[in-house]
Design a protein around this ligand. Structure first.
Ligand code: PLP
Length: 452
């Protein structure tokens, strides 16, 4: 039996983690998560931790679902792998494609499978550019995206994304991608009302289209609610105004549903909450509740019909596109979500309940804003509540709060000084109460350590 210290030593010696400062890790050692059930994960030191992030925004059905284990086992026995290239396919991929078409908005009837959300966004980029070439407008190449958006870690994914630190490390980015401001009112727009700020951010898209020449702009890509950027819920005025701009210049909409899809915002897809009609919808994460890696792009009829009718062979695909075991698990996951009415529960009960309880944290001396929608939420940490002044960046208030949370039994993520939650969708009201109590205690301790 290896001890925590053994595992940490081996980890330090051999394991390069995603998004990790390896040198700092050398000093601290990783937390080793060993098992989980429901909304709780357990570490190798015997701590039980409420997973307020559903893993990485993905374990929507919670941990320990035997039905998903059985679906995987059965499929592994029957057909552990076959590809979907050329003229082959297999029942799990076909059935999952059909199920997704049923759940998606009426104008979306096809899916291209990938292994991850990053691959889904790479695929979306290629589809957009191919679509316009086939439509006889090959100059329509540029994709407009948003600063601080997240669309993955492949070169196309990080280029589409607007994470400045990633761009700085990425070498040359994929050309033909332009970024506009994000609708982050608390961070960037407080001199305006939220509604006026939402409209300004939509105007920034129109200004960019006009500056680039509308004949050159292929698509706009955005998460309905920005996840990794800080659980940024746009002002109500934003999406209606964006929709108008895109329609005016005939620009395709790619709604990145990797986080917002599969119930997170209380609808099957986040786009539905905002009444959007996206042409492409990259998906992943909650598709399989994170039990196995699978993603895809849901393709609206407009793009699909051109690709099919005019395109010939699309030279694109991944060995694991529609992997049978992943597809079987994803299908079972969606069937369980439907049977258990998970999406409706988030919309009608858990989302409104979290909104009420989460807002109570707004009275805390280090909290400048609370916000939530469905089961995604954020707290903005501030040094001076009355003036809304943020902490000095060098204090690392967000990371401090995150570490205090973890040590006291709650996973809450920090993005700068924004604290984020995105718990499993099977969380109960009592567990939401527990989450709010743990968060408040962590805020108290954060304030104490920062001398507030
Ligand atoms: N798109 C969004 C909105 C995401 O949040 C993520 C991952 O966090 C991705 C894409 C990339 O997905 P993956 O990590 O599966 O490649």
């Amino acid at each position: 039996q290896q001890t925590t210290a053994d595992l940490q030593r081996l980890d330090r010696a051999h394991h390069l983690h995603p998004f990790t400062d390896f040198k700092a890790l050398g000093e601290e050692g990783s937390r080793i998560i060993t098992h989980a059930e429901g909304v709780y994960v357990h570490d190798s030191e015997g701590h039980r931790i409420l997973d307020g992030m559903a893993g990485l925004w993905c374990v929507n059905l919670g941990y320990g679902r035997e039905e998903l284990v059985e679906a995987a086992t059965r499929q592994m026995r029957e057909l552990p792998f076959y590809n979907n290239f050329f003229k082959s396919t297999h029942p799990p991929a076909v059935k999952l494609a059909e199920k997704l078409s049923q759940l998606a908005p009426a104008h979306v009837n096809r899916v291209f499978f990938t292994g991850s959300g990053s691959e889904a966004n790479d695929t979306a980029l290629r589809m957009i550019r191919r679509y316009w070439a086939l439509e006889g407008k090959p100059e329509k190449q540029i994709v407009i995206s948003r600063e601080n958006g997240y669309h993955g870690s492949t070169v196309a994914g990080l280029s589409l994304g607007g994470m400045a630190p990633m761009h700085a490390q990425g070498g040359p980015l994929v050309p033909g991608i332009e970024h506009v401001r994000q609708p982050y009112w608390f961070g960037e727009g407080r001199e305006h009302t939220p509604e006026a700020f939402g409209r300004l951010c939509a105007q920034a898209i129109e200004d960019k289209i006009l500056a680039l020449g509308e004949e050159n702009v292929a698509a706009f890509i955005a998460e309905p609610v920005q996840g990794a950027g800080g659980a940024i819920i746009p002002p109500e005025s934003y999406w209606p105004a964006v929709k108008e701009v895109l329609a005016r210049y005939d620009i395709l909409l790619v709604a990145d549903e990797v986080i917002c899809g599969f119930g997170r915002l209380g609808e099957w897809f986040g786009s539905q909450h905002y009444g959007l009609k996206p042409d492409l919808m990259p998906i992943a994460k909650g598709l399989s509740s994170g039990y196995l890696p699978i993603g895809g792009v849901l393709v609206g009829d407009r793009v699909a019909e051109t690709l099919i009718e005019e395109g010939g062979e699309f030279f694109h695909g991944f060995t694991y596109s529609g992997h049978p075991v992943c597809a079987a698990v994803a299908l079972k996951n969606l069937e369980l979500m439907e049977a258990e009415g998970i999406v409706e529960k988030v919309r009608d009960d858990l989302g409104p309940y979290l909104a009420r309880r989460w807002a109570e944290l707004g009275d805390h001396p280090v909290v400048g804003e609370t916000r939530s929608l469905g089961l995604i939420g954020a707290l903005e940490l501030v040094a001076d509540k009355a003036g809304g002044q943020r902490f000095d960046k060098t204090l690392g208030a967000g990371n401090l709060c995150r570490d205090i949370c973890f040590d006291s039994g709650l996973v809450m993520r920090s993005v700068g000084d924004t604290m984020i939650i995105s718990p499993p969708l099977v969380i109960t009201r009592a567990q939401i109460d527990e989450l709010v109590i743990l968060a408040r205690r962590a805020l108290d301790e954060t304030a104490r350590r920062l001398g507030i």
